[in-house]
Design a protein around this ligand. Structure first.
Ligand SMILES: CC(C)(COP(=O)(O)OP(=O)(O)OC[C@H]1O[C@@H](n2cnc3c(N)ncnc32)[C@H](O)[C@@H]1OP(=O)(O)O)[C@@H](O)C(=O)NCCC(=O)NCCS
Length: 199
């Protein structure tokens, strides 16, 4: 499913069920040593996906550890993004010589909990499908953070949506002034992606 949102050159893998026997590296085990089962399963399966994407890029399998503010640490010369929600996990990876940054996000296609839309939407965004807006903002953050290394609030990007596409205008100074992305809603999931090619 995620491949429909990705250009050539981006390796990906996705899973709709958890893999029962994922072998984690000891450094990864240490990260989730005290995690509840749900977190352990999403962490492990999305890393299984990341390993598959590494293999398709011809890279050796290496640990994927959370770095600054939780951003995944990729091997040198590689950029990527991961997401997990109930019933879905995906990892995307590309060479930095081809792609500047990636952000992907998956959400269940369900109404947002009460109060969330009001918390994340700018006035111009309130008529958008709430889950789609939320997912697209998460993709913006995941694409933004590896470049900017500073937090970006929900109020600091203004999004507008087209047919399967969206644009984000970044409202604070930083390394980029905006992103374009793609979205789909299928089989009970909302998926969004941002992939910035090297100019
Ligand atoms: C970090 C955040 C984006 C994760 O999104 P989510 O929908 O909760 O969860 P997902 O399952 O889709 O994504 C989790 C993955 O995101 C990645 N991630 C976490 N922090 C990240 C960061 N700072 N930068 C890039 N990727 C990050 C990790 O790979 C993580 O998986 P892992 O913990 O197994 O390694 C979200 O929790 C958050 O903090 N949002 C606030 C900031 C924001 O969204 N601003 C909007 C700007 S318009």
């Amino acid at each position: 499913m995620i491949e429909d949102l990705l250009p050539a050159g981006v390796a990906y893998a996705e899973a709709f069920d958890d893999h029962s026997a994922v072998t984690l590296f000891p450094e990864e085990e240490a990260v989730i040593a005290r995690a509840v089962d749900k977190r352990r399963r999403e962490f492990s399966t999305v890393r299984y996906c990341a390993r598959q994407a590494m293999k398709s890029l011809g890279l050796p399998e290496t640990p994927v550890l959370p770095g600054e503010r939780g951003a995944p640490q990729w091997p040198a010369g590689v950029v990527g993004s991961m997401t997990h929600c109930a019933g879905y996990r995906a990892a995307t990876l590309a060479y930095a010589r081809d792609i500047v940054t990636i952000g992907i996000d998956a959400e269940p296609d369900e109404p947002l909990p009460d109060g969330v839309l009001e918390a994340i939407a700018l006035p111009s965004e309130t008529s958008v499908h709430g889950r789609l807006l939320f997912s697209a903002k998460e993709s913006v953050y995941k694409a933004w953070f590896p470049l900017a290394r500073v937090f970006l609030d929900f109020s600091e990007a203004e999004l507008s949506f087209g047919d399967g596409t969206f644009s984000a205008r970044i409202l604070v100074p930083g390394p980029v002034s905006g992103f374009t992305g793609r979205w789909l809603i299928r089989d009970g999931f909302v998926l969004t992606s941002i992939v910035v090619p090297v100019a």
